[in-house]
Design a protein around this ligand. Structure first.
Ligand code: C2E
Ligand code: CA
Ligand code: CA
Ligand code: CA
Length: 276
């Protein structure tokens, strides 16, 4: 039967309550998780596509939930962004990645780089540089082995701040990558304004290579122009041999994706990639 106005309103109201309730539970749970240090990092290898050698790793956060097991960032990062919890958690991530980098360097892997994702909320945080400086000092890593990934939309949201911050970070030898490139409104034309080192081509483009979808030719244009501008390019989400071979053919320098490996805990990374 068709719902009357009042009844449908009540259902809507109940749903709103449920959503709010779930959100409060998640936020409360996240607060607890910070205190209990339930966030850990997985690492996904980044491969030099021309030599097939390991170039570095991207650090990706996971939530080791006591009841739910390993929770993926898609489930909790958006909520952390709205609540601002991403700021302290982002610094925990940065510190953990620096500690891991230091440990791997002490094992003799001095060339390895780790890429760390930086949220737009962290970018807007006034203590970001001071926090980074403190952690660099505490962990004694070489900042030249660190990369920060900032999404295209975070940069476009506040271009002036983004330019100033990337300059500061690069003066510390930290490299900057534009993440999810191609998904925003920006064009390649503005790139010369941003002092960045590399671009990461979003998986949505790479996945179209095989099917020769609509944006198939966007990828080789991005790669050709980046090569001209002296920017390194990393293709994300390589899943097939065909995608890999095509990317090699158009001179894409770096890649990551399930074809090589999924993000793995540090102990697995050591077994597979860091044997003496
Ligand atoms: P992202 O930065 O674009 O990271 C790449 C995502 O693609 C990762 O998902 C990775 O596991 C996944 N991926 C890699 N290769 C493939 C592939 O071949 N096929 C498919 N289908 N997926 C692939 P993940 O780890 O679930 O992270 C999702 C997003 O959460 C990240 O996207 C990033 O935006 C955010 N995130 C993860 N860790 C952090 C963090 O420490 N800080 C911040 N601010 N955001 C993070
Ligand atoms: Ca990333
Ligand atoms: Ca990305
Ligand atoms: Ca992405």
């Amino acid at each position: 039967a068709k719902l009357r106005g009042k009844e449908s309103y009540q259902i809507f109201d109940r749903q709103m309550h449920l959503e709010m309730f779930n959100r409060l539970i998640l936020e409360n749970d996240l607060q607890r998780a910070i205190e209990q240090q339930e966030f850990i990092l997985y690492y996904q290898p980044i491969i030099d596509l021309q030599t097939n050698k390991l170039a570095g790793f991207e650090a990706l956060v996971r939530w080791k939930h006591p009841e739910r097991g390993m929770v993926s960032p898609a489930e909790f990062i958006p909520s952390m962004e709205t609540t601002g919890l991403i700021v302290p958690v982002g610094m925990l991530v940065f510190k953990q990645a620096c500690q891991q980098l230091r440990a791997w360097h002490l094992m003799g892997w001095t060339e390895i780089t780790i890429s760390i994702n930086l949220s737009v909320r962290q970018f807007a945080c006034s203590t970001l540089l001071a926090d980074i400086d403190r952690i660099l000092e505490e962990t004694a890593v070489n900042p030249a082995n660190l990369k920060l990934e900032i999404t295209e939309s975070a940069i476009m949201d506040n271009a002036e701040t983004a330019i100033a911050l990337t300059k500061e970070l690069r003066s510390r030898q930290i490299q900057i990558s534009i993440d999810d490139f191609g998904t925003g409104y920006s064009s390649l034309g503005y790139l010369h304004r941003f002092p960045v080192d590399s671009l990461k081509i979003d998986r949505s483009f790479v996945s179209q290579i095989q099917s020769e979808g609509r944006n198939y030719h966007v990828v080789d244009t991005i790669i050709a122009l980046s090569n001209q501008l002296g920017l390194a390019v990393i293709a994300e989400g390589i899943e097939t041999k065909e995608q890999l071979e095509w990317l090699q053919k158009v001179q894409c320098q770096y890649g990551q994706g399930y074809f090589f490996n999924r993000p793995l805990p540090a102990s697995e990374i050591e077994k597979i990639y860091l044997q003496p």
